[in-house]
Design a protein around this ligand. Structure first.
Ligand code: FMN
Length: 327
């Protein structure tokens, strides 16, 4: 018998890809290859996004470190930033050569150094430049991978509606919106009404990014906007299982992770970091994730302090292993 799938189980069709409605957000300094690999172990099919990389960095990266990833990360979308069309060609050819599945242009980053160079959310204030960059990306990609755009509500003024329609007309395959302005950074009120208005007008898939931390917040977002997909960002910090958890709850299943399993994931994260960055650097990069992994453990602050003050990988490995034993 062919059972009908619920809305939450249905896939989104993007060119020749069918992807779940839930995806992981690009987060610079967070969703690097080790983190993505860990997310993948819990969520086999979801679309993963790289951290944002400027096209000049990619074009000039002789060792191609910015393009490294593991095979298990497929399907994976590479996110670029650009303030002009210079380096677009070289960067896109390299990304396609490395067999990334999709390419996304960032027009939403609020960081001062990014907007200062005319890229990220600054592009929403410079519509003709944004238009030129999108047009050029689509021309270079020439249908070899899907191409998407990530926007905010606007830079100062909320013009996401016009930009979404422009992007659709130019041939963008799907859109992601984080409905805050540049000035609202990551904490202002989310403009659900704006997203709802865009959704009534665009026929390409529209993905929502902002404060999705549970199935309840996903459902609320859907009810308020009608969007096609949901991107999870900060809720993944120290919780790489978060998307799996939300997807399980969306189909009525229970999901629980014990403190022991959580610290085991932290240890796995440490090992993946060491493999990717080497033992001198890998353990240092785990420090920004650790609070999330241990947040439900009694005495979390004390344990966190003991872990973040580790000076070697071995020391950190030992502390985490001891913690696992007593949990
Ligand atoms: C530390 C950090 C880094 C981020 N880096 C990127 C990035 O590289 N590219 C991007 O499009 N968005 C980036 N974002 C924005 C997220 O993708 C997401 O849109 C935002 O955090 C809202 O979603 P959330 O509430 O689920 O975290 C970043 C956010 C944070 C907190």
């Amino acid at each position: 018998m062919n059972e009908q799938k619920s809305f939450w189980e249905e896939k989104i069709k993007i060119k020749n890809f069918n992807i779940p409605r839930f995806m992981s957000a690009p987060m610079d300094g967070i969703t690097d290859s080790p983190m993505r690999q860990l997310i993948r172990t819990f969520s086999p099919e979801i679309l993963l996004f790289t951290e944002m990389r400027h096209v000049a960095t990619i074009a000039n990266d002789k060792k191609e470190k910015s393009l490294e990833y593991s095979k298990i990360e497929h399907p994976i979308c590479f996110q670029i930033s650009a303030g002009s069309t210079i380096f677009l060609h070289q960067a896109i050819e390299k990304i396609i050569d490395k067999k990334f599945d999709m390419i996304n242009l960032n027009a939403g980053c609020p960081a001062r150094r990014v907007v200062g160079s005319g890229s990220g959310s600054k592009l929403m204030e410079n519509i003709s430049q944004l238009q030129k960059i999108i047009h050029q990306c689509i021309k270079i990609i020439d249908n070899r991978t899907p191409f998407s755009l990530k926007i905010r509500a606007g830079y100062k003024e909320k013009n996401a509606y016009d930009i979404a329609l422009m992007a659709q007309d130019l041939g963008v395959d799907f859109l992601i919106i984080h409905p805050r302005t540049q000035q609202e950074n990551f904490i202002g009120t989310l403009d659900f009404k704006l997203v709802e208005k865009i959704k009534t007008k665009v026929y390409i898939p529209l993905i929502f990014s902002g404060n999705i931390t549970s199935f309840e917040s996903t459902k609320k977002t859907y009810e308020l906007t009608g969007v096609d997909g949901f991107m999870i960002g900060r809720a993944l910090l120290g919780a790489p299982w978060k998307i799996h958890e939300i997807m399980q709850k969306s189909i009525g299943n229970k999901f629980n992770i014990s403190n022991k399993q959580s610290v085991k994931s932290a240890l796995e994260h440490l090992n993946l970091n060491s493999k990717f960055y080497g033992s001198q650097v890998g353990f240092k990069l785990l420090k920004s994730h650790i609070a999330g992994y241990i947040k439900n453990i009694p005495n979390a602050a004390k344990i966190r302090n003991a872990i973040v003050t580790c000076t070697t990988e071995q020391d950190m490995q030992k502390k985490l292993t001891e913690l696992i034993k007593i949990l």
